[in-house]
Design a protein around this ligand. Structure first.
Ligand SMILES: Cc1cc2nc3c(=O)[nH]c(=O)nc-3n(C[C@H](O)[C@H](O)[C@H](O)COP(=O)(O)OP(=O)(O)OC[C@H]3O[C@@H](n4cnc5c(N)ncnc54)[C@H](O)[C@@H]3O)c2cc1C
Length: 430
């Protein structure tokens, strides 16, 4: 790490468990660790929690049930119950309206869950560096309006979505697809309100109009169709339709270019919808994400690397700490098209605890999007319900490390799985 950060930064924060990043994974990690009795601090760069579910305006929750069985519960189910109780959960049952939630209520729910569990919060603070010795993460460096600070903890959890902390600590990682290193495209989510849903044509007709607009040169988005969802409110439609390719989510220059490009695409699509698509003539742009959504960036190399064969073969592991059933879903990193490969009907796969353990580190766990998986397997594990379940497992494991005075790879995995099940996790047997 650079002297610039270390020489002057005072130690101003410490905790038994320090969680970096407050998205679905970090929130659940911090709540689980605190509920297990660990003194827990959650550091988040924005002024609110929720990650992509709030800042990215990502919606809805993708598959967490298969063959009629719900495979992710625990803290994730608590999020749904709280959203529902606060009026922020959909009750529409159409295929394209299921599992939608209100992102503003999500911010409140996330904050309530963290505060009620006793998690200490530090918002508006970014993790920028890490000091390690011999596989031990000694402290991290934070930057904020207050300047730079040093933060110490017994166990750290990287839930930054991009593996920022792990990368700074020197954990090996991969990025993108094997052939050219390109990652899945970025998408800036947006919403339109004032839509007359009863007049909206079927999806195929909207797509045919979209093709015409592309052929006329009114839209230059490489995405193949208009992907839209209903929301919790009638008359409001959610769009997952912009596509920015060949950009790296860990480069500030690329993120800048991507944000500018995506907003230009939003303008084109909004014009197209209001001018060409029935039901949208009086509609207006009601929201865009605070930031562009990054589907894929760093994937750390852990004690085990989850593969496409594991996912599609519905493989079970003795150290499974969460289950997934979402497709392999790869939006083309270099242009048009989306590749989908489905699991056998009614099946699910296990995510091994070893995917959370970066190679060669005693006191660092990684949760959420950057866990150890190949490009293909990552496209399935990245969804919000799985990130939440993996986060809960990481937080529970971190608290066990504290209680047992143990390193992350030495804890009793059977006891971890038992504890997760006691808290409502739906784990299968090997
Ligand atoms: C375009 C797009 C569409 C998607 N569609 C769906 C969908 O329909 N359904 C679904 O379930 N999933 C979807 N996903 C996937 C899902 O949103 C993410 O993969 C998931 O949110 C990952 O959770 P996470 O907690 O690991 O990371 P994130 O949600 O990204 O949270 C990371 C948190 O860490 C904070 N952070 C980052 N870096 C730092 C730092 N250095 N210091 C401090 N804080 C930091 C961020 O501000 C954020 O709050 C989509 C993702 C994208 C990008």
């Amino acid at each position: 790490m650079s002297d610039e950060w270390t020489s002057s930064a005072p130690v101003s924060l410490n905790a038994e468990v320090m969680v970096c990043g407050g998205g679905p994974a970090g929130l659940c990690a911090a709540v689980a660790a605190a509920q297990e009795g660990a003194d827990t601090l959650l550091i988040e760069r924005y002024g609110f929690l929720g990650g992509m579910a709030t800042a990215g305006l990502v919606n809805p929750f993708m598959a967490y049930y298969t063959g009629g069985e719900q495979i992710i519960e625990g803290l994730f189910q608590q999020i749904i119950d709280r959203l529902d109780a606060a009026g922020g959960w959909t009750h529409r049952r159409d295929e394209w309206a299921r599992d939608a939630f209100d992102p503003e209520i999500m911010k409140l729910v996330a904050q309530d869950m963290a505060e009620e569990a006793g998690v200490r919060l530090r918002l508006h603070t970014m993790v920028v560096d890490a000091a390690t010795s011999d596989g031990y993460l000694e402290y991290i460096i934070l930057t904020s309006k207050s300047g730079s600070e040093r933060a110490e903890a017994t166990i750290f959890i990287d839930a930054t979505g991009d593996g920022d902390l792990a990368a700074r600590a020197g954990v090996p990682y991969e990025q993108g697809r094997p052939e050219d290193g390109l990652s899945q495209p970025m998408t800036l989510m947006f919403r339109m309100a004032g839509v007359d849903e009863d007049r909206m044509p079927p999806r195929e007709e909207i797509n045919a109009l979209y093709d015409q607009a592309k052929a006329a040169g009114d839209i230059d988005n490489p995405r193949e169709n208009v992907l839209w969802f209903y929301t919790t409110r009638r008359g409001e439609i959610h769009f997952n339709t912009t596509r920015v390719i060949r950009r790296d989510g860990t480069s500030a220059a690329d993120l800048t270019a991507a944000e500018l490009e995506a907003r230009r695409q939003v303008k084109q699509i909004v014009n197209f919808l209001t001018e060409k698509v029935p039901g949208f003539s009086k509609a207006y742009l009601s929201a865009t994400g605070t930031q562009i959504g990054v589907r894929e960036s760093r994937r750390i190399l852990g004690e085990y690397v989850l593969t496409a064969e594991d996912v599609l073969g519905a493989r079970k592991f003795a150290d499974g700490i969460a289950r997934g059933c979402y497709d392999i879903d790869i939006h083309n990193p270099s242009g048009t098209g989306t590749v989908i490969k489905r699991l056998p009907a009614g099946e699910s796969y296990d995510i091994p605890y070893r995917c959370l353990c970066p190679r060669g580190f005693d006191n660092l766990l990684v949760a959420g999007r950057p866990i150890s998986a190949t490009h293909q397997a990552h496209s399935s594990v990245r969804i919000m319900p799985i990130a939440a379940a993996v986060g809960e497992a990481a937080g529970t494991a971190a608290a066990m490390c504290i209680a047992q005075q143990q390193t992350v790879t030495k804890i009793d995995i059977a006891a971890l799985r038992e504890r997760l099940v006691q808290h409502g996790a739906c784990l299968g047997s090997e």
